[in-house]
Write a protein that binds this ligand. Structure first.
Ligand SMILES: [Zn+2]
Ligand SMILES: [Zn+2]
Length: 312
């Protein structure tokens, strides 16, 4: 198998693109896909400051790596959730990447430790508020990510969601006809109200397999293990189903998600109607002033609960 571009020995084949690449051409392909995503969805420019949410997994570290190599001003935030060895290991991988790779580009890593602020890890917090661990984790990560972005004046927040993530989420939203979520499933969400930063997903054109290959080929040391809390989750089930379809007919995920985006873009002007809707229901939390639909945001409610129950 030879590289489609330069005819030397290929290291990876990409059935959905009918192509195979050597390491150099594959890196070029990955960088090109991200550059196209940034441009076509008006994500950010070279002067803007980007905050990447990193977890220690392949996607978010690859995203940080790619943005820095493409010459963007990208810093990162890591939230330590306190999930035993999983958190210890992912924390170590992120710190190592920040010291070895990101620092040479002048990039900074911000850290937030859940246990330090709440006095308890994610599992105990979830029990306290009677919510599933994954949704509690989502609340905390979203909250901290937005807080750091606003406080440190970043122009945009970027997450490592890839094509597999977005196709699986879309499948879930369609299966349950969650129209409200469908509206917000684009890879670029504007800063709808004061206190909410713009959110983008620059990896939506790349698959999980492609990102794993990118991480391995570029010696990015990442945590391979999935979060132990996510085992058996609906999202993983949807991914499995889509993977089976993809094996039978390469390009299924891409046709599904990109096709959805194309339809969305014709329904203009989504961004403005979405912003108007958000403005109508959101106002500052009376405790922390981050935007919320309630009087006190769910994060502040959780912290109050944690601080009254957990002895410090
Ligand atoms: Zn090549
Ligand atoms: Zn609040």
């Amino acid at each position: 198998m030879n590289c489609t571009k330069c005819k030397t020995k290929a290291v990876i084949s990409l059935p959905r693109h009918n192509a195979a690449f050597c390491k150099g051409c594959f890196n070029g392909f990955v960088h090109d896909q991200v550059a196209r995503a940034i441009k076509s969805e008006w994500m950010f420019g070279k002067e803007e400051r980007i905050l990447v949410a990193v977890s220690g997994g392949k996607d978010s570290l690859a995203l940080w790596d790619i943005l820095l190599k493409l010459g963007y001003r990208a810093d990162a935030l890591y939230v330590n959730l306190g999930i035993g060895t999983y958190s210890e290991q992912s924390h170590a991988k992120v710190t190592k990447f920040a010291e070895v790779v990101a620092a040479s580009h002048g990039a900074t890593l911000h850290l937030h430790t859940v246990e330090q602020e709440a006095g308890a890890g994610i599992k105990e917090l979830a029990q306290l508020i009677h919510r599933p661990t994954c949704s509690t984790c989502g609340t905390i990560k979203r909250y901290q990510f937005n807080r750091v972005a606003i406080e440190q004046q970043y122009d945009v927040m970027a997450t490592g969601h890839n094509l597999d993530d977005e196709a699986a989420r879309l499948l879930g939203n369609v299966l349950h006809w969650q129209e409200e979520y469908l509206e917000k499933q684009g890879p670029s969400l504007p800063a709808s109200v004061e206190g909410f930063a713009k959110k983008v997903k620059p990896l939506y054109r790349l698959s999980e397999r492609e990102l794993a290959a990118y991480a391995v080929l570029n010696r990015i040391d990442y945590i391979v293990e999935e979060c132990p809390m996510a085992k058996g989750s609906k999202m993983l089930q949807y991914k499995e189903v889509l993977n089976r379809l993809e094996t039978e007919s390469p390009g299924t995920k891409q046709t599904f998600y990109w096709g959805f985006l194309e339809k969305q873009s014709k329904k203009q002007p989504t961004a403005t109607t979405m912003t108007e809707k958000d403005r109508a229901v959101l106002h500052p939390c009376t405790s922390c002033s981050q935007p919320t639909t309630a009087e006190v945001c769910s994060y502040c409610k959780m912290m109050v609960r944690a601080k009254t129950v957990v002895p410090r």
